[in-house]
Design a protein around this ligand. Structure first.
Ligand code: B12
Length: 214
């Protein structure tokens, strides 16, 4: 089967909100020698994006979106388990990453975590709905080089500004690179709150992060 056909199958399983089919596509694509990262980025991610468009147009409702998200998480979990074990060599940087308090969206943040790990970064994923103080405490405890926050809603986006302030108040803002992401963030937003950069996608994030670490 062509690569694009595997991607299409992944997209379709998410649109069908069919967890069993999504897991089957993951397993079978691995058996067929597909690259798990490509399946995540060009297959399942595309599926949840399309689902999001339908949701925004009112053609899919919240319960459907929830089931699609669960199918996505299960399918991506199988693909992640097939990624090469993290190399033991010195990591490029220590990253503390999480979704801002009040926000339970974690699919995109999870993908960023996986992609950063695969590219040799040590990622401490704090999960979702993470209080601002937890980001700061973890960054201090781990002597982190980078703090990344994800926010998917206009309400929780304000937490990214609070995080900047909290890092300053804790005296560590100049010791870390601060990156922001999520559906509502932009370059302009990052500049406005004083973050170092906005990462639009895994590729964009890795490129900007490697540049910032030089
Ligand atoms: C899936 C989804 C859900 C799922 C979440 C499941 C999960 N475990 O994450 C469920 C169904 C649970 C859900 C719930 C809700 N949702 Co919702 N959801 C979405 C949807 C459709 C897709 C999000 C997604 O996963 N995209 C796919 C991933 C791969 O993309 P991504 O998240 O953007 O991440 C990429 C980049 O942004 C970047 N990135 C992400 N994080 C980070 C972090 C860093 C540091 C960096 C550098 C980069 C980076 O890299 C990622 C990979 O490419 C969006 C629509 C949209 N356009 O985004 C709405 C959306 C975010 N939801 C929305 C809302 C309002 C809600 C709810 C309040 C319910 C409701 N009434 O509709 C609740 C929120 C509850 C809460 N307290 O958080 C709104 C937010 C509106 C706003 N502007 O404030 C949106 C925009 C839909 C809409 N237009 O109404 N949702």
């Amino acid at each position: 089967m062509e690569k694009t056909q595997w991607f299409q199958k992944a997209v379709q399983a998410i649109l069908d909100t069919d967890e069993e089919a999504a897991k089957k596509v993951s397993t079978e694509s691995l058996e067929a020698g597909m690259d798990p990262l490509e399946m995540i980025n060009q297959g399942f991610t595309e599926g949840i994006r399309k689902m999001g468009d339908l949701f925004e147009r009112g053609e899919v409702f919240l319960p459907g979106l929830i089931v699609a998200s669960e199918a996505m998480t299960a399918a991506v979990g199988i693909l992640e388990a097939a990624l090469p074990a993290e190399q033991q060599e010195r990591k490029k940087a220590v990253i503390v990453l999480g979704t801002i308090e009040g926000d339970i969206h974690d699919i995109g943040k999870g993908i960023i975590a996986t992609m950063l790990r695969v590219h040799g970064f040590e990622v401490h994923d704090l999960g979702r709905d993470v209080p601002i103080d937890t980001f700061v405490d973890k960054a201090k405890e781990l002597n982190a080089d980078v703090v990344g926050s994800s926010a998917m809603m206009t309400t929780t986006q304000l937490g990214q500004r609070k995080l900047e302030e909290a890092l300053k108040n804790a005296g560590i803002r100049d010791k870390v690179i601060s990156m922001v992401g999520g559906a509502v963030a932009t370059d302009h937003w990052a500049q406005r709150i004083g973050a170092d950069f906005f990462g639009e996608s895994p590729q964009d994030t890795i490129m900007k992060l490697e540049e910032s670490l030089k």
